[in-house]
Design a protein around this ligand. Structure first.
Ligand code: C5P
Length: 305
């Protein structure tokens, strides 16, 4: 039976501008995404019946669990496979096996990453032959971050996050991620953003010029100062102890610190490998911090391996 393996990165938002809630309940975003070296793997094996099943494996201590979720419509990877099947008219099923490293509900698009990987894996295993552009169209229907996880590298995100356009960028960056011991719901953080901003005029979001010029120059110090996230107040309102986590990293010499997307993962830009180690060491004592990971970015998007 035919099968395909795909490796897919996590994403971070170097800036996350959030505008006023739209009629469809989503918020317009102006963001710069970067794909980072923290990968899930998704294997799709063709079945001879039409079922689509999924198993999820993770070997990280703090989040160790093996969930077996056959044909669970809530799993975004299953939704991705179903959508590709509808679009192409293929009749085969697939067994999806996900090896999870990206934190669940961590603000790093773990679920979206698996959906992007499932699209690429099933497209190969089923031989449906959709182009990258065609897969991106399906990705946008699955979730705001899914198109970027196909794309990888650095990119500007617009719309509700699903429109991805190129950005001039240089350099490879050292990141440290502090993963929290329990996740935050993206939906809940956006709802808190609306609650905090009720009655006030939220401006249309923009990508700061300072961030774009830092990326163009490959200047890590300037990038550290330009990192920004409009969801910070909302996420800290739901999880106040994250303010201490951010402060610990800055105290340890990080060039910049922000929450990743809707949180609760905190991210720190380091100047080099030694600085990255110092920050990681300091964070191991932060309360509520389940795991600390050193990483690099940018890296490629979802790819067959
Ligand atoms: O697009 P996705 O399904 O990943 O979004 C999850 C939830 O996050 C949405 O249901 C919505 O509540 C919120 N969201 C938002 N505005 C965005 C992206 C997500 O309000 N641009």
């Amino acid at each position: 039976m035919s099968s395909a393996n795909v490796r897919v990165p996590a994403k971070i938002n170097l800036c996350l501008g959030v505008g006023p809630v739209r009629d469809d309940g989503y918020h317009p975003l102006a963001t710069v995404y970067q794909a980072v070296d923290l990968h899930d793997e998704v294997r799709a094996a063709v079945r001879d019946d039409d079922r689509i099943t999924v198993t999820v494996h993770t070997d990280l201590d703090a989040r160790s669990e093996i969930a077996v979720v056959p044909e669970d419509d809530d799993n975004l990877a299953v939704k991705a496979a179903r959508l590709l099947r509808e679009r192409t008219g293929v009749s085969a099923g697939a067994d999806l096996a996900i090896r999870k490293v990206i934190p669940v509900a961590g603000g790093m698009a773990g679920g979206s990453a698996d959906a992007a990987a499932a699209l690429v894996a099933c497209n190969d295993a089923w031989g449906t032959g959709l182009s990258r552009a065609e897969l991106e169209e399906l990705a946008a229907q699955l979730g705001s971050d899914v198109p970027f996880l196909l794309h990888g590298g650095n990119a500007i995100g617009g719309g509700r996050g699903e429109t991805v356009s190129p950005v001039l960028a240089r350099g490879s960056y050292h990141w440290v991620f502090a993963m929290a011991d329990h996740g935050l719901s993206t939906k809940a953080v956006f709802a808190e953003f609306d609650r905090i901003n009720a009655g006030s005029q939220v401006p249309d979001p923009v990508v700061p010029d300072a961030l774009l010029s830092a990326l163009r120059a490959g200047d890590a110090v300037a990038l550290g100062q330009a990192l920004s996230n409009d969801l910070t107040e909302a996420a800290l309102s739901l999880r106040p102890e994250l303010a201490d986590t951010l402060a610990i990293g800055i105290e340890a010499g990080a060039l910049g610190a922000i929450l990743s997307g809707s949180g609760p993962t905190a991210l720190f830009l380091a100047s080099d490998e030694q600085n990255s180690l110092d920050i990681a060491f300091a964070l191991t004592s932060a309360s509520g911090c389940a795991d600390v990971v050193q990483s690099r970015g940018p890296v490629a998007g979802a790819r067959l391996i």
